[in-house]
Design a protein. Structure first.
Length: 285
């Protein structure tokens, strides 16, 4: 009997026109709210994408501003999405108290899950404040050598000489050694060349120094010089050193490597390779 009365009450409510009208109206309003939320979300993101290129073109030559813009842009990107989601939830009828409780719980969970990323965030701020490097600088970070491509909230992207994009956490950067080659206007070149023990060292050194000195991109002051670096197992290693500007470093480096063998061949000086002498002793049985 109870089951029958419950079923009858449900059927009566479904047939009740007032309930159907109310449900239909509320459903239509809910659909309208969803359309408004989606339209607002897409409109704001579209406007931001149009504004960002204009902002990036302003003072593009200032690389420090470019580094700061990159960092701030990533923060604003996260904040923008969080704000839009909050507005959409309010439009859909979520109560402020429930929303605050949700974000409070979410904040605790995110804080515990991303506790390691807080050090990365602090590292990014330290990099910007102390100007450790900026976008476009040639650096050696965590063993990765290349140019700073982007500075994000939690990481720094380095474009290596192989054109690979390597993402390094900011927290590990501030706690490790960073080499910024762009900080100094000139840079030293160093080559280690092995020559045979039969070679005339004075002739070999003069040929190598002449090769580097004749390159117009090599600075005259400090002067090019060389010295014996080590007496290795199969060769005498000569260290050839010179100076050039940062922008010409890799050009001079490659040109010198390409010319070393030819310069030594002209003087009939050989570059040895590892060798091993094996001696046989006859043992009488």
């Amino acid at each position: 009997m109870k089951a029958q009365s419950f079923t009858d009450e449900v059927l009566n409510n479904l047939i009740d026109k007032n309930i159907l009208v109310t449900f239909t109206v509320e459903f239509i309003f809910f659909i309208i709210k969803i359309i408004v939320c989606i339209s607002l979300y897409c409109f704001v993101l579209k406007m931001v994408k149009k504004i960002i290129p204009i902002y990036n073109k302003a003072k593009k030559e200032n690389m420090i501003d470019q580094s700061l813009r990159s960092f701030i842009r990533s923060i604003l990107y996260v904040g923008l999405h969080a704000t839009l989601i909050t507005i959409c939830l309010l439009i859909l009828g979520v109560k402020e108290s429930s929303l605050l409780a949700f974000f409070g719980t979410l904040g605790i969970g995110v804080g515990l899950a991303l506790k390691d990323n807080l050090s990365n965030f602090a590292g990014g701020i330290i990099v910007l404040i102390f100007k450790t490097y900026k976008v476009g600088d040639e650096v050696n970070i965590a063993g990765e050598m290349g140019y700073v491509y982007d500075i994000d909230i939690f990481s720094t992207t380095v474009r290596t000489h192989n054109n690979d994009l390597v993402i390094v956490p900011n927290g590990s950067i501030v706690s490790n050694k960073v080499i910024n080659y762009t900080k100094t206007p000139i840079r030293r070149l160093k080559f280690i060349i092995g020559v045979s023990y039969d070679a005339d060292l004075d002739v070999a050194r003069e040929a190598l120094e002449k090769l580097l000195r004749n390159n117009p991109l090599v600075l005259a002051d400090p002067a090019v010089y060389s010295h014996v670096d080590a007496y290795a197992d199969s060769s005498i290693n000569i260290a050839l050193k010179g100076w050039t500007t940062n922008e010409h470093y890799w050009t001079v480096y490659k040109e010198t490597l390409n010319g070393i063998k030819g310069a030594l061949d002209k003087e009939k000086i050989s570059i040895p390779f590892p060798q091993m002498d094996v001696h046989f002793n006859n043992v009488d049985k």
